[in-house]
Design a binder for this molecule. Structure first.
Ligand SMILES: *[C@@H]1O[C@H](CO)[C@@H](O)[C@H](O)[C@H]1NC(C)=O
Length: 494
């Protein structure tokens, strides 16, 4: 059932796409942003997701930071697994050729150490296999987002000893900033002009020649592989004047990584990049759902704050796990709390991004532990989180299917106490709590928008209830979140 509703939703997206064909240019970049607002993204580290041989036993010692054998073909073979969870798009780690060396930090299996931006990293397969992945996604009505790095290259040596002649096309020192480390992250000039580490030669993104190479590169890159969106690594380290011409050349939606929890710092990047990773929300979300003793004040304040400071909260990329941060299971033992954090990610304002492996409850903490080989966990479609994520995506997809303003509607907080937050976003009412699995709080929602006597349905359990005199009475059994819709929105999935 979840499958057919994903298919219905996919056809809506397809129609949208054909009504607004993506041609390169400013107007179409906006159409592409509109397209991405509707997506739910599954983030993949290609090397760690699935192997071409389908092996579920091939070893992968994350601490060695080596290639473990994941591939484009591996992803193609697992698209049912991804789509079965209701995702409409994937974001894959960078695909271009990396420096081949073993460095102090291992190999470039993650893709952030570029050597040549015109060739595909053959550890993952061929250019044709990447094209095939793109085609297979599009045949399903799904979208492809590819991670790119325009801020730096990778190096085996460090600092002043780097041999620039090995790079394509930036094969001279003149394209890079002189070596200096970012010694003060409060100093934006240093953040943009110095190097993140001594092995990441930092490109002069303010240089016209560098920009113009990237403009023609991105145009070809997007067109060669029919890419629908780009995730831009290290976005806060680049010159902001880079983005407008680059976005126009790309002609697709950009989601920039601005790794900073301060909304006053991060939100203004939406002046340059349509989509921005929602680090400001991440930290309060983690703190709230990490501990049943935390209270909601900080999170509520940040929700308001982001609405004020960001241009468009519905284009922020929401996440609670990724390749740079700890997995929830490494710090939260109570599965009810993890479920609430995941539900908050998928049903909040913004584009949900779920990191591969969350659906199997992987436990890795910091990089490199959080980059596990998924095949070792199997691809269990009966796992509790797999089914839970499917239900959440199904609820979101169904909400948008019944009311296409859902993704662009900014939610309102209709109830809060120290441990519970309820939101109304278009046709869905969602309730989250951090009490944990040992409690079952009851609340009455008087501002749900539903009328007395209405039959409403919890989309996660398909149980219905009638709205009472004082509103929608909800008991969050065992601390698990709830998502309510009218019976007409629920029909077809419940
Ligand atoms: C795009 O494809 C052409 C033809 O195969 C190739 O020459 C070019 O390098 C490719 N560009 C990129 C950015 O992938």
């Amino acid at each position: 059932m979840k499958f057919s509703s994903a298919a219905i939703y996919a056809s809506v997206i397809l129609n949208l796409a054909s009504a607004q064909p993506i041609i390169l240019g400013k107007k179409d970049a906006k159409a592409s942003a509109d397209l991405w607002r509707d997506q739910s993204i599954y983030q993949i580290v290609t090397d760690r997701f699935a192997r071409t041989d389908g092996s579920t036993s091939a070893s992968c010692d994350v601490s060695k930071r080596e290639y473990c054998g994941g591939s484009f073909q591996g992803i193609i073979d697992k698209l049912d697994y991804i789509q079965g969870m209701g995702f409409t798009a994937i974001w894959i780690s960078p695909v271009v050729e990396q420096i081949p060396d073993k460095t102090e930090y291992g190999y470039g299996y993650h893709g952030y150490w570029m050597k040549n931006i015109y060739t595909i990293n053959d550890n993952f397969g061929t250019a044709d296999e990447l094209k095939k992945l793109s085609e297979e996604l599009h045949d399903r009505g799904m979208k492809l987002m590819v991670d790119i790095v325009t801020n730096h290259y990778g190096a085996a040596g460090d600092g002043p000893s780097i041999d620039y002649s090995i790079y394509t096309p930036f094969n001279e020192q003149k394209y890079f900033h002189d070596y200096c480390l970012i010694t003060d992250y409060e100093n934006q000039a240093l953040v943009e002009e110095c190097w993140e580490t001594s092995t990441l030669p930092d490109l002069k993104t303010e240089d016209n020649e560098v920009l113009s190479v990237f403009e023609s590169w991105v145009k070809d890159f997007v067109s060669n592989y029919t890419i629908d969106g780009l995730r831009v690594d290290s976005a806060k380290h680049m010159d902001t004047s880079f983005y407008q011409p680059f976005t126009e050349a790309a002609g697709v939606f950009l989601l920039g990584e601005v790794f900073d929890g301060d909304s006053a710092y991060t939100c203004p990047y939406q002046d340059y990049i349509a989509g921005v990773s929602n680090y400001p929300l991440y930290y309060p979300v983690l703190r709230f759902f990490q501990n049943s003793k935390s209270t909601s004040g900080e999170l509520l304040e940040m929700i308001d704050n982001i609405k004020l400071k960001c241009n468009d909260v519905t284009l922020l990329g929401n996440f609670v796990e990724n390749h740079d941060i700890i997995r929830l299971g490494s710090t939260i033992k109570d599965k009810a709390l993890i479920k609430n954090a995941i539900a908050f990610t998928i049903l909040g304002d913004g584009i949900p991004i779920i990191y591969y492996g969350q659906e199997q409850g992987l436990l890795g903490a910091e990089d490199p532990e959080n980059r596990e080989a998924l095949w070792l966990a199997g691809y269990d479609t009966d796992s509790a989180y797999y089914k839970f994520i499917s239900k959440l995506n199904q609820a979101r997809n169904q909400a948008a299917n019944k009311d296409n303003s859902y993704p662009s509607t900014v939610s309102s907080i209709i109830y809060s106490d120290d441990h519970t937050i309820a939101t109304k976003k278009a046709n869905l009412v969602a309730i989250f709590t951090n009490v944990g699995a040992s409690a079952s709080p009851s609340v009455t929602l008087s501002q749900s928008g539903f009328q007395k006597g209405d039959q409403v349905v919890d989309l996660l359990t398909c149980s219905s209830t009638t709205v009472g005199d004082s509103g929608l009475e909800v008991t969050m059994a065992l601390g698990v979140p709830k998502v309510y819709a009218s019976s007409s929105v629920a029909s077809g999935i419940c």
